[in-house]
Design a binder for this molecule. Sequence first.
Ligand SMILES: [Zn+2]
Length: 411
Amino acid sequence: MTDLLRLSRLAFVDSYDEDGTLIVQAKSIRHHEPYGCCPLFSFSKMGTKTVRYRDHAIQGQPTWLEIKRQRFRCNACGKVGYEVLPDIDTERRITKRFREHLQREAIKYPFTMAAEINGVHETLIRRIFDEHAKRVMRKYNVVLPRVLGMDEIYIMKRPRFVIGDVENSLMLDMQESRKQTNLNDYFEFIGGGDKVEVVCQDMWSTYRSVTRKQFPNAVTVIDKYHVQRTANAAVELVRKAHFIRISNQDRIRLKRKKGLLLARWDKASDKLKDDLEKLFVEFPNLRAVYEWKERFYDIYECETRAAAEKAMTEWMLNLPPEFERPFKQSRDAVKNWRPHILRYFEHRYTSAYIERLNGLIRKMNVQGAGYDFSTLRAKALLKHGRVDREVEGQKLTNRLARTLPAGPRLV
Ligand SMILES: [Zn+2]
């Protein structure tokens, strides 16, 4: 039955069921006397007190350890204290392994869900998370990667700044503001900007300015998907322009075709191509704008920078005048960002990971309604970054270095 406990410093005594809860009675294999008051370190036993500590579920059953905790009296100063229980968090009245489990659950799930799954109060989950986050985040240093992705995410109605390691799909940090002065201060504080070789970003000019100042060895690559997406806006504009000219019935029909027009021709199924063809017969103008959209996307199919440059120039020159307005976003992108868009053909990186990460953070924020910014940042970094992994390694070495927790245990 000792296996049931699987704790090296506590011995199994007995167990019984109490209204569906498993109570495991246990005792210390060796008493660790309290310490910290007198150098003499001489104690007398002074009775015991039975205390229950919540443990993780054993075989699916909620479990409490019941320990007769030895009381000691210091022979020098007379202070009374309890034996030290290295496996127990005596303040929270839970086993340390259960605390560590809850800590992981608090990172993995929304706090309310972690509380529900483990049958504990949400306050406990929050406290354990806060303590853990405070401890590890203090030591967290952002190490800038070779390929840095930067993007913004709207949280609490404001754009927040998110950075990640694009090559290794790792979140690096999230900051409250994406203002230029804040970003310059931030990267100056972090240091190591000379390590960055590629920066992936959308078409927010501040990021480019910050890159020029902070990363002397880096080139900027404008994210492929942000560029391509501009062409969708043109299709949308032309589709909506048809609205005012057609009957109500056609309008409803056309409204349903939105997704259809955004599909890529090469990836479309035969059924989809068929639907598009039918639509184009009815609305020839949609065919034209659709084709120019496709041609714009196809610039990215080029294998070399030179070929892409040529395709881009041709697209710009040959675009029919009536489409200049609908494709304003695409044309502006090319006009303002051409060299950085073309960098993609030399460094084929995108912000896809950062975008996916933003989606995950957004979801985390929605599910955890009421997280403040620093909680959300810590939780996102613990889940999607490398914060915890490093610290857990350190913790393990610490644990090997000493068997007893530090600090006085006298009451
Ligand atoms: Zn003493």
